[in-house]
Design a binder for this molecule. Structure first.
Ligand code: KG4
Ligand code: ZN
Length: 337
């Protein structure tokens, strides 16, 4: 059974073909033009999806040497995300489904991230702890099966990616800020400034990152009102990165121990961070926990993870369940399943 998956929830237009849990193609087009506005402009994002979606879907089919007539189901992200962006993908999927009489499976984007580590790591066993860290989400899940998981902690304000992006902006770096802070931090001293690690000892699995932005702003205004030189910049970047990663690692490891999870799986754009990968690998190994981070192409927003999960859901349902095509899109949802 071949599945065509479509993902347009934010600023990546992506299409993939999945068959028997294998990714035959995964085409991702990132809308880099948002960088000049310092963040994703929702209206422009949806227009760009509309512009490129036909080409991206055709490319995914071609790369997988597949024809639309061979597709048994279409999977599409319907929540959460930017409404205008979600609507482009959802409507395109409905149109294709109607034209070719193919069932369409609505998929939750965060659920896609939760299971994305399994695409390349068949050995992962349920239950496991999943940390989804992106520009819009920071959430810890206890994952029991493809149909069942619990949200055990989330951010009470900014997401970790948002903290990277907002502090990078304060430092005059571009957007997205995460990769730039990662790059500059390589030459810096992570102990140069002791930025706050909010809620690190809160006793629950929640996070808070909005105070970090204020702390960085106050630190720069007080110590470097005329701007920072390149050397100091590397130190501040390293210190910011250390503060964010410390909290993520400590809380996720704590959850893995409390839930007796053998696996700790991260996903989302922030899981591309080099320090995060290094620290998670070290700290997990010390405690006999297997740390899994997907390849970068499955960390960022991608349609492969949407198709991968859809296939698992289809196994537990009949394809006719997905022929109604009356689903809608939702901007935000995070709950237990
Ligand atoms: O999952 P994603 O591609 O999009 C969504 O937000 O859904 O994540 C984007 C976020 C941005 O905040 C970006 O700054 C962050 O991931 N990011 C990173 C790195 N690469 C991307 N943060 C830290 N270090 C990185 N290397
Ligand atoms: Zn995402």
């Amino acid at each position: 059974m071949k599945i065509l998956a479509i993902e347009t929830s934010c600023d990546e237009t992506s299409a993939a073909i999945i068959e028997n849990s294998q990714v035959l193609s995964n085409v991702v087009s990132s809308q880099y033009f948002h960088s000049k506005y310092g963040g994703v402009v929702p209206e422009l994002a949806s227009r760009a999806h509309l512009h490129s979606i036909v080409t991206i879907v055709k490319n995914a089919l071609n790369l997988a040497h597949s024809d639309i007539n061979e597709i048994s189901a279409i999977a599409v992200t319907t929540q959460p995300g930017l409404i205008g962006s979600l609507i482009v993908g959802a409507n395109f999927a409905k149109g294709l489904g109607l034209r070719y009489n193919i069932p369409v499976v609505p998929i939750n984007h965060i659920e896609g991230h939760i299971y994305s580590g399994m695409i390349e790591n068949e050995e992962i066993n349920f239950p496991y702890i999943s940390l989804v860290v992106s520009g819009g989400h920071t959430a810890l899940f206890y994952v029991e099966s493809f149909l069942k998981y619990q949200l055990i902690g989330t951010t009470i304000d900014d997401a970790a990616g948002e903290a990277f992006d907002k502090t990078a902006k304060l430092l005059g770096l571009g957007y997205p800020g995460g990769p730039l802070i990662d790059k500059f931090a390589k030459d810096g001293d992570p102990n140069y400034v002791n930025f706050p690690r909010a809620m690190i000892n809160s006793g629950d699995y929640n996070f808070s990152f909005s105070g970090l932005k204020t702390a960085v702003k106050n630190y720069i205004n007080k110590n470097f009102p005329d701007g920072v030189n390149e050397k100091i910049l590397t130190h501040i970047c390293a210190s910011i990165q250390e503060a964010i990663v410390d909290v993520l690692v400590i809380k996720a490891i704590k959850a893995a121990i409390a839930y007796s999870s053998k696996y700790l799986v991260v996903a989302g754009g922030v899981s591309a961070n080099s320090l995060l990968r290094r620290k998670f690998a070290q700290e997990s190994a010390l405690r006999g926990i297997k740390f899994i981070a997907p390849s970068l192409s499955y960390c960022i927003d991608n349609a492969a993870m949407i198709g991968f999960l859809a296939e698992k859901k289809i196994i537990n349902a009949t394809l006719d369940d997905f022929k109604r095509l009356d689903f809608t899109t939702k901007a935000y949802t995070l709950k237990n399943h």
